[in-house]
Design a binder for this molecule. Structure first.
Ligand SMILES: [Zn+2]
Length: 75
């Protein structure tokens, strides 16, 4: 098991933890696409909801960082 280092910010800490779970990273990336018609993330928006989160969204950016951390850990 890889040692998880403490990161200075919560965004990076979450990405480090998520890097241990590749199947979840793939699910987050699939649910939160980089681009979508209307540029609204379907994973962050509720049908009929008023709040519109633009793509790429925060969860996608965390998953992308986790993917990079996981790849770096394998080399
Ligand atoms: Zn999203």
């Amino acid at each position: 098991m890889r040692t998880v280092q403490r990161s200075p910010d919560p965004f990076t800490s979450l990405a480090v933890a998520l890097a241990e779970w590749p199947s979840l990273v793939q699910r987050v990336l699939a649910a939160h696409p980089a681009r979508r018609s209307g540029n609204v993330c379907p994973g962050c928006s509720m049908p009929g909801g008023r709040t519109r989160i633009s793509a790429p969204c925060g969860p996608r950016n965390v998953a992308l960082l986790a993917q990079r951390i996981a790849t770096r850990g394998q080399s």
